[in-house]
Design a binder for this molecule. Structure first.
Ligand SMILES: *[C@@H]1O[C@H](CO)[C@@H](O)[C@H](O)[C@H]1NC(C)=O
Ligand SMILES: *[C@@H]1O[C@H](CO)[C@@H](O)[C@H](O)[C@H]1NC(C)=O
Ligand SMILES: *[C@@H]1O[C@H](CO)[C@@H](O)[C@H](O)[C@H]1NC(C)=O
Ligand SMILES: *[C@@H]1O[C@H](CO)[C@@H](O)[C@H](O)[C@H]1NC(C)=O
Ligand SMILES: *[C@@H]1O[C@H](CO)[C@@H](O)[C@H](O)[C@H]1NC(C)=O
Ligand SMILES: *[C@@H]1O[C@H](CO)[C@@H](O)[C@H](O)[C@H]1NC(C)=O
Ligand SMILES: *[C@@H]1O[C@H](CO)[C@@H](O)[C@H](O)[C@H]1NC(C)=O
Length: 480
């Protein structure tokens, strides 16, 4: 190396650390440290293999930067978020309790092998009232997720709020969803939440028709596949045999394994650590995850022929917001609903659709429909409108990016903009051409609202920002 180059490096203060250049025998420790690790320890993470049950994790990205490219600034954000981490549903709770009763019913007093921790373990659901509610303890607590997400989005998008105006937020009328919206709002608006956010609660009733965050569709009378999905995979036989062999008298079945794996994944929502997670092997978790993928795909995703029409309600209305822009439609449109309201939207957008229907008897490894990357608890789809200056590859103008769980998902064949974004005009024309019609596909009665209207006709009162009074045992539908 010519000496003037090393002189420049010294002048820049780079002579120590990884940029150091080693000569001959004087190889310093820093010179052999790798700039990039060659390990991918998260190539397998349990967080990606329990379907939508357990704690949130970001989507595994395609490598595209989360921040907008230097030539662009976000000027409008339309988000829909699933509620935060929760306890199992009441119906899942019954299955879990049955499998636990079977275990404790053996009368085994000293547990061996993978279950040896059971001597000290207790079930994490305080009582059945908590089934379905968001969790409040542990590092993955659901209520914490909502607040943390609000704080994160204040950092990322706070400049879009002028610090004065009243910003509407929209939650479907379900207790845990409302609680998430409120926590998010407290995180985002901080000390201004009580005065500057206006929570609008949109009833989940089917009679809301298309004016809903939770539109329904009852015309799919062929639910045969959805109703007959596998709940066990061959790997579960190995798990049952292993546990039974370690503890004489135990007689767990594959179904018990499914129930116990479900219980394990929800345990993390309430506790920092789950011994139960470690009871099952990676291969068993891979199968468990796929069983959950099948359920989302066939019951509320692209494997149900009506779901794209359901999701088209939100996508179509968001086209109006994007084309009106922040001046007319507002810069921040935060929405809160359920996992099965987000999967139809992803279907309507036409992204992450596998080339073929998912097989029921084997795992098509590498398929794009991986629930842990689509709707984990707290999962969210964020549509960013970008205002971009001209670059060497693109014109000055307005572009759109889809961000799913904090990773950019390029829009189909349209990625000609900065940061693999799509020009808003192309995005609009492609979707206008492709979106199915919700009203006709789902035979929505004429007496029900025919389009989504609340993003423009909202209330600016803060009356619903806080819970006034107790939350009832297993409260679901709720308006305040
Ligand atoms: C676009 O260009 C204008 C004028 O030079 C500049 O003020 C603005 O900051 C630029 N926007 C971005 C996102 O770089
Ligand atoms: C937001 O909260 C801060 C701190 O309480 C306060 O100084 C400010 O006036 C509030 N802004 C509005 C618009 O209420
Ligand atoms: C579903 O509805 C269609 C149209 O009304 C009808 O032809 C078909 O037989 C129905 N299928 C089932 C399984 O009910
Ligand atoms: C285990 O349970 C199965 C039914 O699930 C039953 O057929 C079998 O006899 C049981 N075995 C023992 C050893 O209890
Ligand atoms: C699409 O959105 C526009 C504007 O919000 C609305 O007028 C129209 O009825 C919607 N179309 C459908 C099929 O929902
Ligand atoms: C966008 O639309 C324009 C005009 O219709 C067309 O020429 C162009 O090929 C489209 N670009 C993409 C990436 O779809
Ligand atoms: C606004 O408040 C009125 C009166 O409570 C209610 O009827 C209406 O549904 C609310 N609108 C929204 C978008 O929540």
């Amino acid at each position: 190396m010519p000496s003037f180059i090393s002189g420049v490096i010294c002048a820049l203060g780079l002579s120590s650390g990884v940029a150091a250049v080693a000569y001959g025998d004087s190889v310093s420790k820093s010179a052999v440290e790798k700039q990039f690790s060659q390990e991918f320890p998260e190539g397998y993470s349990i967080l990606k293999h329990y379907g939508g049950n357990g704690p949130y994790s970001e989507r595994r990205s395609y490598g595209i930067s989360r921040d907008p490219p230097a030539s662009c600034a976000v000027d409008q954000v339309i988000m829909i978020k699933r509620h935060g981490e929760r306890f199992p549903s009441a119906s899942m709770g019954l299955l879990i309790e049955a499998s636990l009763a079977k275990i404790y019913g053996t009368g085994i007093s000293k547990w061996e092998g993978d279950l040896s921790f059971l001597d000290d373990w207790t079930y994490y659901v305080p009582d059945s009232c908590w089934y379905g509610a968001e969790t409040y303890s542990g590092p993955y607590a659901g209520l914490l997720d909502g607040y943390q997400h609000g704080v994160d989005y204040r950092d990322r998008y706070g400049s879009l709020w002028n610090g004065e105006s009243i910003v509407p937020m929209f939650s479907s009328g379900y207790s845990r969803v409302i609680n998430t919206a409120r926590k998010f709002g407290e995180g985002f608006f901080g000390y201004n939440y009580s005065t500057n956010a206006a929570l609008n609660i949109i009833s989940e009733s089917a009679s809301m028709g298309a004016n809903s965050l939770t539109p329904t569709c009852d015309t799919d009378n062929d639910t045969t596949t959805c109703d007959n999905l596998p709940t066990t995979f061959p790997q579960f036989k190995i798990a049952a045999a292993r546990l039974n062999s370690q503890n004489a008298g135990l007689n767990l079945t594959e179904s018990d394994v499914y129930n116990l794996m479900s219980m394990a994944s929800y345990e993390l929502n309430a506790r920092a650590f789950s011994d139960w997670i470690n009871v099952f092997t990676q291969d068993e978790w891979v199968s468990f995850g796929y069983i959950n993928d099948l359920s989302y795909y066939y019951c509320s995703g692209p494997g149900d022929k009506n779901m794209a029409a359901v999701g088209a309600v939100y996508v179509n209305a968001s086209l109006s917001l994007l084309n009106q822009g922040p001046e007319k439609a507002g810069p921040l449109i935060f929405n809160f609903a359920h996992d099965t309201d987000i999967t139809p939207i992803v279907s309507a957008l036409g992204v992450l659709v596998p080339d073929e229907d998912l097989p029921l008897d084997r795992i098509p490894f590498g398929n794009p429909y991986s629930t842990g990357d689509i709707v984990p608890q707290g999962g969210h789809l964020t549509i960013e409108r970008l205002s971009c200056n001209a670059t060497a590859m693109s014109k000055k103008g307005t572009y759109v990016r889809l961000v799913l769980n904090e990773a950019v998902v390029p829009f189909n064949e349209c990625q000609s903009g900065p940061g693999y974004s799509c020009p808003l005009s192309n995005y609009t024309s492609i979707l206008n051409k492709n979106l199915p019609n919700y009203i006709s596909t789902c035979s929505v009665p004429k007496s029900y609202p025919q389009y989504l209207d609340f993003w423009w006709n909202y209330n600016t009162t803060t009356r619903l920002n806080f819970q006034r009074g107790p939350i009832a045992c297993q409260e679901g539908d709720a308006m305040s």
